[in-house]
Design a protein around this ligand. Structure first.
Ligand SMILES: [Zn+2]
Length: 167
């Protein structure tokens, strides 16, 4: 029933600076038992230059309106709007842009879920062209990380594994 996109191990891995991966993984573990979310900003020279944390407000939304938001922050994320607008503004001032959205999965692997796809394709999603980075957290450890990029022609996401590079 649910369509999801997994990492395609047959494709070349994407190189992301080790310090960015460390920051994102630390955020994922600190946010337990909830999912974390945030943004990665960069420019043409360096696509993944800095990571910025955003608040996941899904639990508050779920508590206020469980019909519209049937899941809480342990199962889903909703990026705080002020947080992401601030990051976007700062990136622009420095000649860059948001190049990836990241979030974690608690007790699940690093795939792009049907719900993630729905969120990314929502008309109000602020970063429709960005990549999606997903950190799988299993048993309070990072079990894997995947990067999902849109194919330019079809606009559908393709999942790739990641290797840590130098910054
Ligand atoms: Zn997800």
């Amino acid at each position: 029933m649910s369509r999801r996109i997994e990492v395609d191990e047959s494709l070349d891995p994407v190189v992301i600076p080790g310090r960015i991966l460390n920051e994102v993984c630390a955020h994922a573990l600190e946010s337990l038992p909830e999912e974390c979310c945030g943004l990665i900003v960069g420019n043409e020279d360096q696509r993944y230059r800095e990571s910025e944390r955003c608040r996941n407000e899904m639990t508050q939304r779920h508590q206020r309106d469980p019909t519209s938001y049937p899941r809480d922050g342990g199962q889903a994320f909703y990026m705080n709007e002020l947080d992401y607008m601030r990051v976007q503004e700062r990136a622009r001032e420095r000649g860059g842009s948001v190049t990836a959205v990241y979030h974690s999965h608690v007790g699940a692997g690093p795939y792009l879920s049907a719900m993630d796809l729905q969120y990314a394709d929502n008309a109000f999603f602020p970063f429709p062209d960005s990549d999606q980075l997903v950190v799988g957290v299993w048993d309070e450890r990072v079990s894997g990380i995947g990067l999902f990029r849109r194919e330019s022609r079809t606009r559908s996401f393709v999942g790739r594994s990641i290797v840590a590079g130098e910054s």
